[in-house]
Design a binder for this molecule. Structure first.
Ligand SMILES: [Zn+2]
Ligand SMILES: [Zn+2]
Length: 94
C-alpha cells in the first residue's frame, strides 16, 4: 500500500501503517504515533489510568482534529456558548 498523503503530492512512498481514525495509509514521515492512556472503570469509584499506554497511529489531519476536541473540552469558559450554538443548529443526525 502507498502513503495517501504522499500520493496527494504526487510522490509514491510505501505505507508503514494506517491512521486509527480515518484508515488512510501513511508512510513514516506522515504517521504520528500517539501514546494512548488506558483507563479502567471501577464501579461507583472512578476511572483509573493504568500504568501502561497503548499505541495509536494518526495522520496529521486526524491528530490535529482530535487535539482540537481536547482543547475545547478543557476550556470550560466556552461550554455554555457552544451548547447554545448546538441547540440553534439544525439537527444533522436522526
Ligand atoms: Zn507520506
Ligand atoms: Zn486520519
Amino acid at each position: 500500500m502507498l502513503c495517501y498523503e504522499c500520493s496527494i503530492t504526487g510522490c509514491r512512498r510505501d505505507a508503514i501503517g494506517v491512521c486509527s481514525h480515518c484508515s488512510v495509509a501513511l508512510c513514516a514521515q506522515h504517521a504520528h504515533l500517539v501514546a494512548e492512556e488506558i483507563t479502567m472503570r471501577i464501579p461507583l469509584v472512578k476511572s483509573v489510568v493504568l500504568p501502561r499506554r497503548a499505541r495509536l497511529l494518526f495522520c496529521q489531519v486526524c491528530k490535529a482534529a482530535l487535539e482540537q476536541e481536547c482543547a475545547v473540552e478543557q476550556d470550560e469558559g466556552q461550554t455554555l456558548s457552544s451548547r447554545e450554538a448546538e441547540e440553534t443548529e439544525p439537527a444533522a443526525v436522526s
